[in-house]
Write a protein that binds this ligand. Structure first.
Ligand SMILES: CC(=O)SCCNC(=O)CCNC(=O)[C@H](O)C(C)(C)COP(=O)(O)OP(=O)(O)OC[C@H]1O[C@@H](n2cnc3c(N)ncnc32)[C@H](O)[C@@H]1OP(=O)(O)O
Ligand SMILES: O=C([O-])CC(=O)C(=O)O
Length: 371
């Protein structure tokens, strides 16, 4: 047996959902640059789940279903109030709440294609409602029900703030959702597939994926980037901060990638969004600090920014609390997880790799009194 640390380069499944070839990312064969400029997030959900762009009628139907399923069971909302609300991280709250949602879905353990698709709709619809409800409950505010006439992106911002969002914020948020929706066999998607390959249920798969996304080497990096920018505080401090961190061999969050070598194609869209939004909010220093960090890290380490780097200043500019950045990633990525979960069920085989044992050789049991 030979060990490939971190399964680098190992091809573990076939998939028709998204691909990364020569640093080009496609969803079902559509280049991410094309989709980022032209598609809405609802179209992307349909594309990932059905492998084709929707007609107008199909899109209307999906939007109707998402809006019908957005309501949360009252027990789940009550549960939030039992959490240690001031200290709990919203990503931990979301992971717990998604698991809880499964208890209130009478179809949770029904295993057929139609029931699994219905659960996919419910999860996609309810996850933004969970994130926004938790964000409000912890501030002593009442959760807000979505408005049927608003888009997925607009509804998230509306449910978070209680105000109708402006068109620029909706456009930016929608594009961020499009950019984060799927990414081949990243760690959280792989986790979801491993989980459901045991023929466990959709809620378990998404709960497992949320646990994997939470880590700072994966989705948790966007919050860590904002923490770093806040710590640095001003443009003058960037150079010293970054060089000292690199000298200590510490990682700069938001840089590097297991698959991309030349760069993450999503980062340029987020960089431009960061530039525009920070100018509009009158806080261009977040963008200026970010570009200066990028210059140093690419110059010193040849590591380009990944999707998490500029999304931090984008979400900050939209007025979103920093600890909600990773849950926002989940609102989008759940569309990809669900596509992969459904694909896994369609052609399932248990995922069970091997480990090369490197512990002690054969030993004889020693009774406790003789140890
Ligand atoms: C949505 C996403 O999940 S995108 C990724 C989000 N995560 C981050 O931004 C966290 C920071 N980045 C990283 O930790 C890594 O680049 C990862 C986890 C994304 C990819 O990691 P891997 O492919 O396993 O690379 P690995 O961690 O082994 O690093 C290889 C080398 O590059 C260095 N390196 C990698 N990323 C960074 C970084 N962000 N800053 C500084 N050095 C880095 C490592 O220190 C290591 O150096 P060495 O060979 O001298 O020891
Ligand atoms: O693919 C990965 O390893 C991480 C990533 O960029 C993502 O999940 O979007």
């Amino acid at each position: 047996m030979s060990v490939t640390r971190g399964l680098e380069g190992v091809v573990a499944t076939t998939s028709s959902i998204s691909s990364i070839i020569d640093d080009t990312l496609t969803y079902v064969g559509y280049d991410i640059d094309d989709l980022a400029e032209n598609a809405s997030f609802e179209e992307i959900i349909f594309l990932l789940w059905h492998r084709k762009l929707p007609t107008e009628a199909e899109l209307d139907e999906l939007k109707k279903q998402l809006s019908q399923e957005a309501e949360l069971p009252k027990e789940v909302l009550e549960h939030f109030k039992m959490y240690p609300i001031k200290s709990v991280h919203p990503m931990a709250a979301l992971r717990t709440a998604v698991s809880l949602l499964g208890l209130y879905d009478s179809e949770a353990d029904v295993m057929n294609t139609e029931a699994n698709y219905r659960k996919a709709i419910r999860l996609q619809a309810k996850i933004p409602a969970l994130v926004t409800a938790f964000a409000r409950v912890r501030k002593g505010l009442e959760p807000i029900a979505p408005k049927k006439e608003l888009s997925f992106a607009a509804n998230f911002l509306y449910m978070l703030t209680g105000k109708d969002p402006d068109a620029i914020a909706v456009e930016a948020f929608d594009k961020a959702l499009v950019l984060h929706a799927d990414h081949e066999l990243n760690a959280s998607t792989f986790t979801a597939r491993v989980c459901v390959a045991t023929l466990s249920d959709v809620y378990s798969g998404v709960t497992a994926a949320l646990g994997a996304l939470k880590g700072p080497l994966h989705g948790g990096a966007n919050e860590a980037v904002m923490k770093m920018l806040t710590e640095i505080g001003s443009l003058e401090n960037v150079e010293t901060y970054v060089r000292e961190k690199l000298d200590r061999k510490e990682k700069i969050m938001g840089f590097g990638h297991r698959v991309y070598r030349k760069g993450d194609p999503r980062a340029k869209h987020l960089r431009e969004m960061s530039r525009k939004l920070t100018t509009l909010t009158g806080e261009p220093h977040w963008y200026e600090m970010s570009t200066k960090i990028e210059k140093i890290v690419t110059g010193e380490k040849n590591l380009p920014p990944n999707v998490d780097f500029y999304s931090a200043s984008v979400y900050h500019s939209l007025g979103i609390d920093h600890d909600l950045f990773t849950p926002i990633f989940a609102i989008s990525r759940v569309s990809g997880w669900l596509a992969h979960i459904l694909e896994q069920y369609d052609n399932n085989r248990l995922i069970r790799p091997r480990a090369e044992y490197n512990g002690p050789g054969m030993q004889k049991y020693v009774p406790i009194g003789l140890r």
